[in-house]
Ligand binder design. Structure first.
Ligand SMILES: *Cc1c(COP(=O)(O)O)cnc(C)c1O
Length: 354
């Protein structure tokens, strides 16, 4: 740290991204990326003409993409906000709507407390239930910005739509953000509630089900007024925060939506098969509706399993938080990758004499 840094940021805790090592080729099951490439339409969307056009700024309104997303989700373009990944939107949401504080579950996406601290938003957390499900009653009616990841990370558990609606309805004076990064893997989207609740902001991303984590594209759906608030902050920060190439790719992805839905189904089938195999080996795991599994084994230490997998060339995500140190989060890769993973885990268990 230099002596020039604003004292406000001296103690700032930052988010720790999953490792992206370069020392050798790993099977990467640690950052919830898609094992499949984007659709053929996306692959073909950029040519020398689009690259040459990089001399021009991108459209700060992203009008073409907003129109396509509005069509896909049954809203108006004025109800769509675009940004540089959904983390960028969550950042704006804490900045915009956190005046009276924030509340979120105790075990959820670890970026929420980072954003809260960055914007000096005091926050409280509500413990999950014993079975890792979100305590909707405990989270309800708090009179603050409320943030729910649905499905939740890193558990993978999803709330049914009526419970999400109860949460949104319980907090009419404040914004309820529903972070749907994983919604395409089987959960019901709160986008269906948008017509009825002006305090609902649904945040989605191209990073997971749309295989475009590297493009950095996220979007939010909400009332026109909420979207205008986010625009205000975007235009006070960086109006061009979605680049030309990404806008173009984002449109092509909407045009090939069925391709991505089919991929998500493929990943869901692999997930359910992997879950069954792990349970047969003695692992315990919640019923995931996301593209990852949150697994623990009563007889092998979580950090040890992580380390053994790493030595053998497979990366999974281990969290140092003592509350979940016995768990690992395993991204669902391609069918063959998961077969390799399962074989490896069987070998490790055998080696441990289990
Ligand atoms: C991956 C993830 C995001 C962030 O996605 P980007 O769009 O890549 O910034 C947001 N929320 C949750 C819960 C995630 O897992």
């Amino acid at each position: 740290m230099s002596r020039f840094l604003h004292t406000r940021y001296a103690g700032l805790e930052t988010y720790t991204p999953g490792e992206q090592p370069r020392d050798k080729q790993y099977i990467k099951l640690n950052t919830n990326e898609s094992p499949y490439p984007p659709s053929p339409e996306v692959l073909a969307a950029l040519g020398p003409g689009e690259v040459a056009d990089l001399r021009l700024y991108s459209d700060p309104e992203g009008a073409g993409l907003r129109e396509k997303l509005a069509g896909l989700y049954g809203v108006t373009p004025g109800q769509v906000f675009l940004s540089n990944g959904s983390d960028d939107i969550l950042n704006f949401a804490f900045m915009a709507f956190g005046e009276k504080g924030a509340v979120f579950p105790s075990l959820t996406y670890s970026f929420y407390p980072v954003f809260a601290n960055l914007h000096q938003v005091p926050y409280e957390t509500v413990p999950l239930r014993e079975d890792f499900s979100v305590d909707v009653a405990g989270l309800s009616g708090k009179g603050k910005l409320t943030v729910l990841a649905n499905p939740n990370a890193p558990t993978g558990l999803a709330l049914p739509l009526d419970q999400v609606e109860a949460l949104v309805a319980s907090n009419p004076g404040h914004v309820v953000v529903v972070d749907e990064a994983y919604v395409d893997f089987g959960a019901a989207s709160a986008a269906a509630l948008l017509g009825r609740y002006e305090n609902l902001l649904v945040v989605m991303t191209y990073s997971k089900s749309r295989s475009m984590a590297g493009a950095r594209l996220g979007f939010a759906l909400g009332s026109r007024e909420l979207i205008a608030d986010l625009e205000r902050l975007k235009y006070a920060t960086n109006p061009y925060n979605v680049n030309r190439l990404t806008l173009r790719l984002g449109e092509a992805a909407v045009d090939s939506d069925p391709y991505f839905r089919a991929n998500a189904r493929r990943i869901m089938a692999t997930r359910d098969k992997t879950a069954r195999a792990l349970r047969e080996m003695g692992f315990r795991l919640p019923d995931s509706q996301a593209n990852f599994l949150f697994v623990t084994h009563p007889r092998i230490d979580g950090a040890r399993l992580y380390q053994k997998c790493r030595e053998r060339g497979i990366l999974i995500r281990h969290f140092s938080d003592p509350a979940i140190a016995q768990y690992n989060r395993v991204t669902i890769g391609a069918e063959e990758e998961m077969e390799t993973f399962l074989t490896m885990v069987r070998d490790i268990l055998r080696e441990e004499g289990l």
